[in-house]
Design a protein around this ligand. Sequence first.
Ligand code: T46
Length: 134
Amino acid sequence: MINKPYIINFPKIGSDITGFISVCEKQNLPFHAERIYWTYHVPNESERGAHAHLNLEQILLVLSGEIIVKIELLNGETYEFNLNKPDIGLYIPKMSWRTLTYFGNAVQVCLASMEYDENDYIRNYDEFRKHMDC
Ligand code: T46
C-alpha cells in the first residue's frame, strides 16, 4: 500500500498579544521520532532534497519563511505543499521523491523516523523511477 503525504495541524496555544506555542506529542505522531535535524541560512529560491528514501518517514515543520515542497509517489501521483505556518507539519511517507524550494530565509525542522543512513537514500531520479515498475 502506498501512503500519501498530508498536512498535520498542531495546536496553536496563545494569542496575538502573548505570542504562541505549538506542540507535538508522541501519541499524535504517525511514527516514533528517532532523529531531529534542521536546515537554515538557505539562500532564497534555492532547492534542496531531490531524493527519495527507501524507508524513512518524516514530518517537516517550517518555523519561519516559506518552503514549497513537491512530492512524487511511486504510483505517479504528485503533490505540492506551500509550508509557511509554524503550526502545521507535512508528513512525508517513504518512497517519496521530494524537492524543496526555500524562500524568506526559511528555517525548517524535521522529525525523522530513523537515524541517518546514507544507504536509505535514492538520489538518482531514474533509479527512483525503476522502483515504479516493481
Ligand atoms: C528531506 C529534506 C527536508 C547528516 O549527516 N545527517 C542527517 O541527519 C542529515 C539529514 C544529513 N546529513 C548530511 C548528509 C549530507 O552530506 O548532510 C548533508 C546534506 O543532507 P541531505 O542531502 O539529506 O539534505 P537535504 O536538505 O537535501 O534533505 C534533507 C533530508 O535528507 C530529506 O529527507 O526531506 O531534508
